[in-house]
Design a binder for this molecule. Structure first.
Ligand code: AMP
Ligand code: MG
Length: 399
């Protein structure tokens, strides 16, 4: 059997790298930047005035001039007026280009206007180049602004917009088929018999993928019928880059998923991981090199295996820069099963001293997914000790 860290490595080694496509900036929230972005002009692109007031030549002020002739008004977004200097000032607004012949801005609060003149208050502090955001002082034209592998959020979008990146090079989203198997499953909203249940795994997996921006999703429910399952999986395999199946991977008489995937020609990378829950997880690759994840059907197992293995694998595939590993300390002791790594659902909160604390929220069984809805994720407790104590620092995975 395979240990969790080994399973993770075996999967990552087989994940294909996503291609690059260009998407309009307004459709890039949450996408992964695929190429470096460079400054197409100096940032700021001109000496930018940062206060409403007047622009003067500092040499005039140093020579004792306090009363200036107003020679024009320079608004933000207007072509340059001026020049100032030689006893003349230009009225300037925040965001305007600094007028030629001037090098210092005096805020409007320090000015008295009389007719065509502006007088600087006697006690106004004036320093050469004050209230000017100098051209190129943030970044020079041609210098790197954003590295590939960043998830595009608000701050990255501001930089992309300012750099004129109308169409953004982003990692292509994989087309993911989410397949739930089981004769007992009925889709939400459809009528159901007392011996049937509503399918939740496919919906949960779809949300996980969409919420994290990891793919486009097709959902499909399949019955426990080997021939029909093979035909459907072949079709889905042809049209998708990644297959995620749930259910049908254990030892039951109707657990056809591993056999179906092998009949598809898949290479079996592992079947079963030394973990609880989710022990029967299966992973392989198709002849075309596409990753095939087959997760145990118990909803807790499905969700844990998705967050522990599938989501990180897709993040890697998209070229997302790996987030630093996250750890938390246990607020309660946890008993361990024998020879299995335990994934324990937890509530996370920051203590008053800025320590991330994980409070265990065990489920009744791996079928009890209702209580997961109040948790933030789970901690990974590697096999070995018979228990983990309060205060143990352990790795965290968020849903
Ligand atoms: P299996 O892995 O197919 O043996 O399924 C294990 C348990 O998980 C069974 O009780 C199933 O009814 C349940 N299960 C399987 N698939 C789903 C699903 N899509 N939604 C909710 N429960 C499921
Ligand atoms: Mg089943």
């Amino acid at each position: 059997m395979t240990e969790p860290f080994e399973a993770e490595r075996l999967i990552l080694d087989r994940m294909p790298r996503a291609g690059v496509c260009r998407e309009p900036l307004e459709r890039c929230a949450g996408r992964v930047l695929a190429e470096e972005i460079f400054a197409d002009r100096d940032q700021p692109p001109f000496d930018r005035v940062t206060m409403d007031g007047i622009a003067i030549a500092y040499s005039d002020w140093a020579a004792g001039t306090r009363r200036f002739t107003v020679a024009g008004t320079q608004a933000a977004g207007a072509p340059p007026v001026g020049p100032g200097g030689d006893g003349r000032c230009i009225e300037v607004m925040t965001g305007a280009m600094l007028p030629a012949g001037t090098d210092t801005v005096v805020p409007v609060e320090r000015i008295a206007r009389r007719g065509g003149e502006a007088e600087i208050a006697a006690d106004a502090p004036v320093v050469q180049r004050q209230f000017i955001h100098a051209k190129g002082s943030d970044r020079r034209k041609g210098s790197p602004l954003l590295a590939p592998g960043l998830a595009i959020g608000s701050t990255q979008t501001a930089v992309l917009a300012s750099a004129g990146t109308r169409d953004v090079p982003v990692a292509k989203l994989p087309r993911v088929a989410v397949v739930s198997t089981g004769d007992e499953l009925v889709d939400v909203g459809d009528p159901l018999e007392p011996y049937q249940i509503r399918s939740s795994n496919d919906r949960a997996l779809e949300t996980a993928l969409l919420q994290h921006g990891l793919g486009t999703v097709t959902r499909q429910r399949l019955a426990d019928d080997e021939a029909a399952m093979l035909a459907a999986v072949e079709r889905l395999h042809a049209d998708h880059d990644v297959l995620i199946l749930s259910g049908g991977v254990s030892m039951g008489q109707f657990d056809f998923v591993p056999a179906v995937l092998e009949r598809l020609g898949a290479e079996v990378v592992f079947h079963r991981i030394e973990q609880k829950p989710g022990r029967p997880m299966w992973f392989g690759t198709s002849r075309a090199g596409k990753p095939l994840f087959a997760l145990p059907g118990n909803p807790v197992s499905t969700l844990v295996c998705a967050a522990r293995y599938v989501l990180p694998a897709l993040r890697f595939s998209l070229g997302l820069a790996p987030a630093p590993l996250e750890y938390a300390v246990l607020t309660e002791p946890v008993e361990m099963p024998k020879r299995l790594t335990l994934f324990m659902p937890v509530l996370l909160r920051s203590s008053g001293s800025a320590v991330l604390e994980a409070t265990p929220r065990p489920t009744n069984t791996s079928g009890d997914f209702i209580s997961l809805a109040g948790t933030d994720g789970f901690v990974e407790l590697p096999q070995g000790p018979s228990a983990y104590d309060i205060g143990a620092a352990v790795r965290v995975f968020r849903w």
